[in-house]
Design a protein around this ligand. Structure first.
Ligand code: ARG
Length: 463
């Protein structure tokens, strides 16, 4: 029999039962549901709404249900629709009248909002911890590669020489923003909707501040309608997860390129690569490709929930039950991707020799050639032209800038002298890029120190 059977003359159609039911996916909220109910019961007792004895029976009953769920002893039913009614029904079966008093001054609308917030708050913390691990891996890789020269690209064309450390630390900066975004999201999420009731609060003398505090929230949600109808926190988290996936996907794209025969900048560890069922020579970057591919489903969940929420009138609408699967899937996906990506990164073999060789061809020092002349007094625009003409000459002659003789160089501009060779050397080109944030080892050291300090500090922050 339905908890809400009183008003109805007929049984629910079986099609409606299975269509309406969310237990198939919201069962994962069981712990939050039980924790929330215990805090609610204790608050009701301390406010004199139910007796202390009933509150104790409720808490003991819920504690036992929690153990039984975790021991796999409970089979939830679609007849009871969702996790909230499944647990309440079980409780009442076990402890009788006290169980029936639990739902005083509460609705499933504030209950589900509470459970979802608590669940996502905890997942936000787990994902942040995984990002910190990834950052640790980036820091130690970057540390080893501050002098590993590689081509920097724009338009995927060789542009200027950088180091592998500089490249890795760019991702370090992205994931650092992701970490702070999760912290910001958590801070806004961390308000307690319990006590909003169905939509209009309650006539009982409840203490929302007590439950908020007991459940680790910073404050109760200020408005009861907002308390039950807001899903901003889930959308905000999905946006943050989408950005994380976008960053991972860009990184994966590069890893896929780098381990191709065309680049050969890295080789994936055998344990993090896969073979082909027909081509014996193949070593495929499946992990990186899958992470790149899974980005799509996380974006999909973000778009899905934004669309569910669009145009919903206040306050709760059943449409909002559609919030969960996409968010759960996005959380699961990110939690699956981060550790395997980090492990793949930590174990890959870096071909510093190939990176350097690639940086030696493609005129990555053409800007440095122009800068050399500029520093000798030529206006930059004129120096740029000289360097451009030299590049053209070299492509015709199949030469590189640093292989031209001094007299050849001087035919293009008399300002060239013997020190040009030093200026055009790869290590000089990188080492001289010592502007703040640049790839010179002195600057990557500054970035590394700052990132390390950030990680230290943010290990302690909640989320
Ligand atoms: N299973 C529902 C959900 O996920 C719980 C809230 C239902 N409230 C209601 N009045 N039908 O949204």
């Amino acid at each position: 029999m339905k908890l809400w059977a009183g008003r109805f003359q007929k049984q629910t159609d079986e099609l409606v039962n299975s269509f309406n039911s969310s237990i198939g996916f919201d069962a994962r909220l069981y712990k939050q549901d039980i924790t929330g109910s215990m805090a609610h019961a204790r608050m009701l007792a301390s406010c004199g709404v139910i007796s202390q004895a009933d509150a104790q029976r409720i808490c003991a009953g819920l504690q036992q249900i929690l153990l039984d769920i975790e021991a796999g002893k409970i089979a939830f039913s679609a007849e009871n629709e969702d996790i909230h009614m499944n647990i309440e029904t079980l409780l009442t079966e076990r402890i009788g009248d006290a169980g029936k008093r639990l739902h005083t001054a509460r609705s499933r609308n504030d209950q589900v909002a509470l459970d979802f917030r608590m669940y996502l708050r905890s997942e936000t913390g787990s994902i942040k911890a995984m990002l910190l691990e990834l950052e640790d891996t980036l820091v130690s890789l970057a540390e080893q590669h501050q002098n590993t020269v590689m081509p920097g690209y724009t338009h995927l064309q060789r542009a200027q020489p950088i180091t592998f450390a500089q490249h890795l630390l760019a991702y370090g900066s992205m994931f650092r923003r992701d970490i702070t975004r999760l912290e910001d999201c958590r801070a806004r999420m961390n308000e307690c909707p319990l006590g909003s009731g169905a939509l209009a609060g309650t006539t009982y003398p409840i203490d929302r501040f007590q439950t908020a505090k007991a459940l680790g929230f910073d404050a109760p949600v200020a408005n009861s309608l907002d308390g039950v109808s807001d899903r901003d926190y889930a959308i905000e988290l999905l946006s943050d997860l989408s950005l994380i996936m976008m960053h991972l996907s860009r990184f994966c794209e590069e890893i896929i390129l780098w381990c191709s025969w065309e680049f050969k900048f890295i080789e994936l560890d055998d344990a993090y690569a896969t073979g082909s069922s027909i081509m014996p020579q193949k070593k495929n970057p499946d992990v990186a490709e899958l992470v790149r591919g899974k980005t799509g489903r996380v974006y999909g969940s973000l778009m899905g929930l934004l669309t569910v929420m669009k145009s919903l009138p206040l306050a709760y609408n059943k449409d909002m039950q559609e919030d969960k699967e996409g968010v759960f899937d996005a959380v699961d996906t990110v939690k699956q991707c981060l550790p395997v990506f980090t492990a793949m990164l930590a174990t890959m073999h870096v071909r510093a020799d190939h990176m350097r060789a690639a940086a030696s061809h493609g005129f990555l020092n053409a800007t440095d050639c122009a800068d050399y002349l500029t520093k000798k007094g030529l206006p930059f625009r004129d120096a740029y032209k000289v360097s451009g003409r030299l590049v053209y000459y070299c492509t015709e002659q199949d030469k590189t800038l640093e292989r031209l003789s001094l007299s050849e160089l001087q035919q293009f501009c008399p300002l060239f002298s013997e020190d040009v060779y030093e200026a055009l050397a790869l290590d000089t080109c990188v080492g001289q890029r010592n502007s703040f944030g640049g790839p010179a080892p002195a600057q990557t050291q500054v970035q590394l120190d700052a990132l390390r300090a950030f990680l230290q500090e943010h290990r302690e922050e909640p989320a």
